[in-house]
Write a protein that binds this ligand. Structure first.
Ligand code: ADP
Ligand code: MG
Ligand code: ZN
Length: 498
């Protein structure tokens, strides 16, 4: 290193060196399955109950009890596997993952290890201008652990309490191949995975309540290099945006280490969202040896292929299938179809509006701009949006058939947000119908000419540019209701007559 080492490391130089590396990311996502009862007992899974009120000897891990597998949890896991094109094993095996932690008093978690329920499959994400498939390693079933809480006790002392209501709630863990190459790709992967889970209705997707949790494995390597670098695992990210930020942070940190001649340590990091940094939690040397072994209290999980096929045939339509159908049947652009399939209910809403209005592209424009504009501002789901598809469809039909202008349409739309009437009634009640009959237009033209004698005289004298001014006055006077071409005709006639 030269004597002026650090000083010569200009930011430009650092940036250029950064570009020589690529990030490699694999994600491990835990999704809570939306069952009524826990995976191995009958306790409720309802979120938010008083601590330790939804527990029994099985999920408390008391000795001498036997777990009984929840069929619906298996069905939900199989549905997920089939939806992402994974192979569903005819036989999979539950295994004990042994470790002690205050929120896991029985000393082991029932999970799956070397024989998981699903293997392979993938999720298509956006990358560059096109699509890219992120492969999946596996999807397996397991039980959740409890939760440690740290309320402040007497005299400001931090205490630790354990809530075991969550202990035994069914989870699937979805493990991706290390195919992800940036925080942005990771973000898109998570959005699309969540979307699939929500379409299947197997998970409520609520990150605040911990229904979806993600750990990120991150390494860096020189571009073109075949071998992967040593990975670090980041935990504790409570939003998809935090996953994206944590990956960017960790990429940067690892490149610095490698660039300065160091070696990345295989360790587990905790994301600190407030500070925007990842901090060491434990190094791999002190990592657990889980001593997995087949769970002796459960049978192997054997699935009848006919049952799996029945589950497959009952799968609901998936986001990409609806996207394809909307572009095909309604001729809307792929971009529109993607926005409109954000949720299953938005897609259904759109389909109804498109059919009823008779103009699918105009329907798409209105939903993407006006409806979503209001929803984003108010934080509303489409179910909560006050204008139901029949009324919106009727409004768009009026615009599409030129019964009213788009501008009047917006006024009617605003009224419809707080009133129950249909657009037709509102238009009539508020005198918003267009003025397009000869008599009314001529009367309006006469009024405008009388009110603007100077400009009228100029037009009569041949100053064409002033004509636009008179048209503007007529539109203003009629609050946009005058038929734009016909009012010009009427003005010409009246100017000629005067
Ligand atoms: P471990 O045994 O440490 O849990 P796994 O092989 O089970 O590691 O992989 C866990 C996750 O880490 C997977 O999502 C996988 O894609 C990802 N992964 C594996 N190797 C790397 C690497 N070198 N860089 C980034 N991610 C990786
Ligand atoms: Mg792992
Ligand atoms: Zn229980």
């Amino acid at each position: 290193m030269s004597a002026t080492g650090p000083a010569t490391e200009s930011t430009a130089g650092a940036g250029a060196r950064q570009d020589r590396y690529e990030t490699v990311v694999g994600l491990e996502v835990h999704a809570q399955l939306r069952t009524e009862s826990k995976i191995f007992c009958g306790c409720s899974t309802k979120f938010g109950a008083r601590p330790n009120t939804q527990v029994c000897p099985v999920c408390l891990g008391l000795p001498g009890v036997l777990p009984v597998l929840n069929e619906r949890a298996v069905r939900f896991a199989v549905m997920t596997g089939l939806a992402v094109g994974a192979k569903v094993a005819e036989r999979s095996v539950f295994a004990r993952k042994n470790y002690f932690y205050p929120d896991l008093p029985k000393g082991y978690q029932i999970s799956q290890y070397d024989r998981p329920l699903c293997t392979g499959g993938g999720i298509d994400i956006r990358s560059g201008g096109g699509w890219k498939r992120i492969g999946l390693v596996r999807i397996h079933l397991e039980e959740d652990a409890g939760k440690s809480l740290h309320p402040e006790g007497r005299e400001g002392v931090t205490t630790t309490r354990v809530d075991l209501n969550r202990s035994g709630v069914p989870l699937i863990e979805i493990v991706s191949e290390p195919d992800i190459r940036s925080g942005t790709e990771a973000y898109d992967y998570l959005i699309r995975l969540k979307q699939i889970l929500m379409y299947l209705d197997v998970c409520d997707g609520n990150m605040e309540e911990g229904s979806l949790r993600c750990d990120a494995n991150v390494s860096v390597r020189l571009k073109g290099q075949a071998a992967f670098g040593t990975k670090a695992e980041i935990k504790n990210m409570n939003s998809f945006r935090n996953v994206e930020r944590a990956i960017a942070f960790e990429t940067d940190r690892q490149i610095r280490i490698v660039e300065s001649g160091g070696r990345v340590a295989q360790e587990t990091l905790l994301w600190n969202a407030d500070k925007g940094i990842a901090e060491t939690m434990r190094s791999k040397e002190e990592a657990h040896d889980y001593r997995y072994f087949p769970e002796p209290d459960l049978l192997t999980l054997d699935l009848d292929p006919a049952w799996v096929e029945a589950v497959r045939s009952e799968l609901p339509e998936l986001p990409h299938q609806i996207r394809d159908r909307l572009t095909r049947d309604f001729g809307i652009p792929e971009y529109d179809a993607e926005v409109l399939t954000e949720t299953r209910s938005l897609a259904t809403y759109y389909e109804e509006v498109a059919r009823r209005s008779g103009n699918p592209k105009l329907a798409s424009n209105w939903i993407m701009t006006e409806v979503n504009g209001i929803r984003n501002k108010e934080g509303q789901s489409i179910e909560e949006f006050p204008i139901r598809p029949d009324r919106l469809g009727d409004l768009i039909k009026m615009i599409a058939t030129e019964r009213i202008s788009g501008k009047i349409g917006k006024q009617v739309f605003e009224m419809m947000l707080t009133r129950p009437e249909g657009p037709d009634e509102l238009v009539k009640a508020h005198g918003l119908l267009p003025i397009d009959d000869e008599g009314s237009l001529r009367a309006l033209a006469r009024e405008v000419i009388a009110a603007n004698p100077g400009p009228a005289a100029e037009v009569r004298a041949g100053k064409e540019r002033t004509f636009a001014f008179l048209v503007g006055q007529a539109m203003k006077q009629s609050r946009g209701r005058a038929h734009p071409e016909k009012i010009q005709e009427a003005l010409r006639k009246e100017l000629g007559a005067g």
